[in-house]
Design a protein around this ligand. Sequence first.
Ligand code: HEC
Ligand code: HEC
Length: 250
Amino acid sequence: MNAFLMRIALAAALTLAGAASAQDGEGSAPNGEALYQTHCAACHQSEGQGLGTFPALVDNAFVLGDEHELVDLVLHGRAAMPAFAGTLDDAEVSAVLTHVRSAWGNDAEAIDEALVSDVRGDGEEPEPVEVDLPDDWFELGEEAYLQSCAACHQASGVGIPGAFPAVAANPFVTGNADELLRLLLHGRAGMPAFGDNLDNDTIALIASYVRNAWDNEAHLVDAAMVEVVRGGGDLELDPTTPTFRPGAGN
Ligand code: HEC
Ligand code: HEC
């Protein structure tokens, strides 16, 4: 809805909700009662009593409970409950939820505009990280894996039970890249160290390959990242960080 239409809708709702608008002296501050009647009442009903599949918001533990989850639901929706992130701004979500939490005998604290802004921020896609890898990183990684790793972990990544752990469907492999790189560089128990035999480019290719071969899926690793870990540093990358995937057209 554009700002002009929103204002017309608000004005109409304000007329209906005369009592509520009277206590809102500041004309520009969003009016929670009016917003509720405009955006929520069609389903949850004007007194929050609910109807059929539309849950009552009166005396509802979810409504009165965790503020973060409540804001998250209204911003992002759930099943037949629409998402309002694109319709209501932070001040409006704060106002409508503060109203819902204090109307009809409900008695829970106001929802702060800053909290809405925080929760909205959480939902943003993280920026993909650039990695410096050749377009055919997957094929090159596979080649290097077959040469250095497959004798123990097998070409299919399933390992040999009791002797060599699987690297397919293994959360260690798709988890924190720092730990995987430390293991490849320095070894552990029966797992040989490759830090002296393989250069950073090859270790990056193998790590990127095992993190994405079979049904594995995790961010890619390049030589600069290997160098950081080789030097004792940390990448500080979340395992779910997306990376640009060379050769995939992104
Ligand atoms: C088109 C109908 C519709 C509209 C409009 C709507 N809701 Fe909902 N809402 C639902 C449905 C359906 C559910 C149940 C979702 C589910 O199945 O989990 C729901 C669930 C909820 C819940 C969770 C209740 C619980 O017990 O888990 C809250 C809180 C809520 N809505 C608040 C709002 C607010 C605030 C607005 C207005 C900004 C709004 N809804 C607008 C349909 C609607
Ligand atoms: C000589 C056999 C051998 C070779 C070659 C080998 N590994 Fe290993 N690898 C092992 C063994 C044994 C372990 C289990 C170490 C332990 O007990 O902690 C292991 C552990 C691992 C783990 C950890 C699994 C987990 O769940 O903790 C990964 C990942 C791994 N190897 C990857 C590789 C990669 C990639 C290569 C090639 C660069 C490679 N390995 C080469 C024997 C080998």
